[in-house]
Write a protein that binds this ligand. Structure first.
Ligand code: ADP
Length: 749
């Protein structure tokens, strides 16, 4: 029977050789069995600390000494371990609790050799005589003092503390430790030791704890049931069923069910710390103290606190709170902080972006407003805007620009830096180019010129163009140029009219000067004649016949002078608006007869008797009465006829009238004289104008005759024109609106 477990363990033992991989092999020798929570926690702490894959191997042994304590069992265990580890090289031993420690001290060196030892869970360790350079570990010290402080804090009205312990080695050690602590540090504390030997006794005792102000301190409880020792946790039912007082303890394996709290020694902390000590010993850290204080934690059970109505708010927040309903906010506190931080960060970014966007919108609005203002200002000033980008060749033209050139929109114009010349009138292109060059080279601060621009229909309009280069590159080449165009068509036309009027005024001035010179000559000639002949008659005893001739000459000269003066008076009257048309009814045929006599007489005087003079009547009657100004009609006809006589040397001169309509007569004065060049068609009716100023010397005249004639006809609401062929003669026509009487049509007055 003895050999079976030995063989089984040997077969099941996982290692035989180390193989090629070099591991550090550790044995964890536990006093108790794996389902004992204290032992299980120590084991998990050790394994966790040695969890570096591929470096450590931990072989866990459970002596199960709570249940099996007789000598024979221990002897068998020794045999098993000796056999099991005979071929293994163990680098270190970790021992948990006193039974295993005692076992090791007796058999350890034989089984595992002289290896370093780390221990935990050992009570009374200071009483062992050990080599503290080889044995190092945790002092399993339960903090009774701190636990008593905790109890006092949570139960300020405490009447009595009932301390439960037992007569195991550990129980005795803890009881002594408690008494010593109370004596030295809590002398005022009322307590009672309760050492129950059976469940029945404990049940009885627990039931008798009635007062509300009593508290139980569970130090140790190993009691027998049916002869089998029971663990503390297995007796929790006793407390559940029989006790209403809150229970405190220092063992974490009791927590979670019926313990309210305590400053606890945790199995996992012990195991982890023992493993760390082992690691340091294997690394040769000799300065380490042989005894390390036991790690401890303040633990409270939320459920038990509430069940007993204990206010724990004044406690340090470092307490571990068991069984607290999970608060999702606390559970995900870190995640929540991260998410909240991210959200806050995003919110800040969004706020910044919103601010940036709102500022941008504000700026855009302001820009739009200023653009609108500019557009309105340009609109008001009737100006079009242009903006040239010399890098891209793009040209921006405003809507107004397009409208000024009679386009619907700027895109229709299709204008860029390479096609700009086509927009200008070809006569203006060079000037525009030169002006731009002046500005580009810095000789002019602004680009400023007047030019004609082609409109959509194809005609050209005058514009005033202003511009300025607003950006230049390092070599001073233009990058951008901005400017306006203003329509100045009507201004240009006005300027042209002014120019023409000025030229006309100058011409008129020149003509007046010429007229004055003519007048001087015209007046001086008859005056000289008058004075000359008068002197002859006064100084010489000239014959009677000569005197008569002289008087004749003086009379002619006087008449010429009078004509000239009359012309001057007439034109002055016309110009000053003083000349008036005086209508009366008279016999046109009679008037034409008089004119005929005057002309024949004149022709005789001018020795032009070879010319035939003819009068043609439009009405075949002796009399033809019309209602008009006879004096001015005679003046008109004589002006035309004297010219005809003046410029005709042979042939004939003919005067005729006809009835154009029932209220208009039309007159014609025709001659076969030198005629008038068509190019002088427009000037002969102008004042002081003569076709050829040299003719003045030949024919005399003031150049006022036709101007007076035209003015008189215009005043009579008629019109005058002429037809002529140079060398063949001229015919002057004029109409005379007037009332008249004919036989056929009856009286029209
Ligand atoms: P003037 O008194 O100098 O003749 P007018 O006004 O009567 O001035 O005539 C202007 C000019 O018109 C004349 O100088 C002449 O050159 C031209 N002219 C007028 N009538 C005739 C005509 N019948 N034949 C040729 N030339 C004429």
């Amino acid at each position: 029977m003895k050999t079976i477990p030995v063989i089984l363990l040997t077969l099941l033992f996982p290692f035989c050789t180390r193989g090629e991989t070099s591991f550090t092999d550790i044995v964890l020798l536990n006093s108790y069995h794996p389902t004992f929570k204290w032992t299980a926690d120590i084991t998990s702490g050790v394994l966790e600390e040695f969890s570096d894959a591929g470096k450590y191997r931990v072989f866990v042994e459970y002596m199960d000494s709570k249940r099996f304590q007789n000598k024979a069992y221990i002897e068998q265990l020794r045999e098993v371990y000796q056999h099991k580890y005979s071929s293994a090289e163990i680098d270190g031993i970790i021992i948990s609790d006193n039974n295993a420690f005692d076992f090791f001290l007796r058999y350890g060196d034989r089984i595992w050799g002289d290896v370093p030892v780390a221990f935990c869970g050992n009570n009374n360790i200071r009483n062992y005589k050990i080599d503290t350079t080889r044995f190092k570990g945790i002092n399993e010290h339960i903090n009774i003092d701190s636990t008593l402080h905790l109890i006092k804090q949570l139960h300020p009205n405490l009447d009595e503390l009932i301390v439960i312990s037992d007569s195991t080695v550990s129980g005795k050690i803890f009881s002594n430790q408690f008494i010593e602590t109370v004596t030295t540090k809590h002398p005022d504390l009322k307590y009672r030791m309760l050492r129950a030997k059976s469940p029945e006794q404990l049940t009885f005792e627990l039931k008798n704890i009635c007062s509300d102000h009593k508290v139980i301190y569970l130090l140790s409880l190993y009691i027998q049931r049916n002869g089998i020792p029971r663990e503390m946790i297995q007796e929790s039912g006793l407390f559940h069923n029989n006790c209403r007082a809150p229970i405190y303890s220092n063992w974490d394996f009791l927590f979670g069910d019926f313990i309210v709290g305590g400053v606890v020694v945790r199995g996992c902390d012990q195991g982890r710390e023992a493993a760390r000590i082992m690691k340091k010993m294997l690394q040769g850290n000799a300065n380490m103290p042989w005894l390390t204080p036991s790690p401890e934690k303040l633990m409270l059970d939320y459920r038990q606190l509430n069940k007993n109505g204990i206010n724990y708010s004044a406690l340090t927040p470092k307490a571990i709170l068991l069984n607290k309903p999970e608060n999702p906010f606390e559970r995900f506190q870190q995640e929540l902080i991260i998410v909240t931080s991210i959200l806050a960060f995003l919110l800040i970014i969004i706020l910044i972006l919103l601010r940036v966007i709102s500022q941008k919108r504000k700026a855009e609005k302001q820009l739009m407003q200023s653009e609108n203002r500019l557009e309105m200002a340009l609109e008001g000033a009737n100006e079009g805007l242009w903006d040239v980008d010399f890098l891209t060749g793009d040209v921006f033209l405003s809507q107004r620009f397009a409208q000024l050139l009679k386009y619907n929109n700027p895109n229709e114009i299709g204008f860029n830096t390479s096609t700009y010349a086509t927009l200008f009138h070809h006569n203006d292109q060079q000037q525009v180019c030169e002006t731009f060059q002046m500005h580009k080279n810095g000789h002019a601060q602004m680009f400023h010129c007047e030019a004609r621009l082609r409109t959509k229909p194809g005609d050209y309009i005058w514009f005033l163009i202003h511009g300025k280069i607003t950006e230049r590159d390092e070599s001073q080449n233009p990058l951008r140029m901005v400017g306006t165009i203003t329509e100045i068509q009507s201004q240009k036309e006005f300027e042209q009219q002014l120019k023409e009027a000025k030229e006309k005024a100058e011409e008129s001035d020149r003509l007046k000067s010429a007229f004055l010179a003519n007048m001087s000559h015209e007046i001086r000639t008859p005056m000289n004649a008058i004075l000359g002949f008068t002197e002859l008659m006064a100084t010489e005893a000239s014959p009677q016949n000569d005197n008569r001739t002289y008087l004749e000459m003086i009379k002619n000269s006087g008449e010429n002078l009078l004509n000239i003066i009359n012309d001057i008076i007439d034109i002055s009257k016309i110009e000053s608006g003083q000349l008036q048309i005086k209508k009366e009814t008279f016999d046109l045929h009679n008037l034409l007869g008089n004119i005929r006599n005057i002309c024949i007489n004149l022709m005789q005087q001018k020795k032009k008797s070879g010319i035939e003079f003819m009068v043609k009547y439009g009405i075949d009657d002796d009399n033809f009465f019309i209602n008009a100004d006879p004096y001015r009609l005679q003046q008109i006809l004589l002006n035309l006829l004297t010219n005809a006589i003046k410029f005709t040397e042979k042939g004939y001169i003919q005067i005729q009238y006809s009835i154009k309509d029932q209220k208009t007569l039309m007159f014609e004065v025709k001659d076969t004289g030198q005629g008038i060049d068509p190019k002088h068609k427009n000037i002969i009716f102008e004042r002081f104008r003569q076709v050829d100023e040299s003719s003045v010397k030949r024919f005399g005249g003031t150049g006022l005759g036709l101007a007076i004639t035209k003015s008189l006809i215009t005043m009579m609401k008629g019109q005058i024109w002429f037809e002529s062929k140079p060398g063949q003669g001229s015919t002057f026509f004029f109409t005379l609106p007037c009332e008249f009487k004919t036989l056929k049509a009856g009286v029209h007055f």
